[in-house]
Design a binder for this molecule. Sequence first.
Ligand code: AP5
Length: 204
Amino acid sequence: MGDGADGAHARGRARVVLLGPPGAGKGTQAQVLSQRLGVPAISTGDMLREAVAEGSDLGGKVQGIMASGALVDDATMAEVVRERLGKPDASEGFLLDGYPRTLPQAETLAGILGDAGLSLSAVLLVEVPEDELVRRTLLRSRADDREEVVRERLRVYREKTAPLIGYYGDRRLLRQINGNRPVESVTAQMLGVFGIEGTEGVVG
Ligand code: AP5
């Protein structure tokens, strides 16, 4: 296990960020890892989609932004995440899927954790070639999975989110994960970061 994930393998104490482009499989892996690590999976995309479905003020504010493939502003996301991480189930760890995705969001997260005397255990970067990302997302029928919107989400990822790779690399938290393999193999590599054996054992 690398130094950035030290202490994170004890069940229920992992504080993990899943980083990667749209369609990389972050949500898919978050469900399985959440069970194995014993921490809640927190998807900001799912939270925003729920707000849209409920017709709340937040939902009304973000619906058009999400449909266009743009990012919701950092201040709104800070409020959403601060509130969610303050809930009791996140006190012993969490798996963040889709947050942070800008440098200011990464600073906000560091601040929220720092105020509680905590820090991240690891950031898992899920890497998948762009053609495969487009293929996967177009197989779904989510509102923002039309080809032109997927291309825009990828552009936004490269511009706003990819700088986090260097940010977390500098902090020795980044672990590169090959996401272009069967779901179980990706899970096994992720679990390996925490010293937990996956169903397939050790994979390269
Ligand atoms: P969000 O919901 O976070 O979408 P995303 O990052 O674009 O990610 P996806 O859900 O498309 O992909 P994923 O990596 O989770 O892959 P998945 O497991 O689903 O955000 C949506 C929008 O909300 C944003 O555009 C923005 O507007 C807003 N938003 C959210 N967070 C925000 C923030 N922090 N700041 C500002 N705005 C924010 O898999 C994709 C498909 O591939 C599935 O069909 C799956 O079955 C399949 N698949 C998964 N793994 C594999 C595999 N190994 N092999 C083959 N197929 C696979």
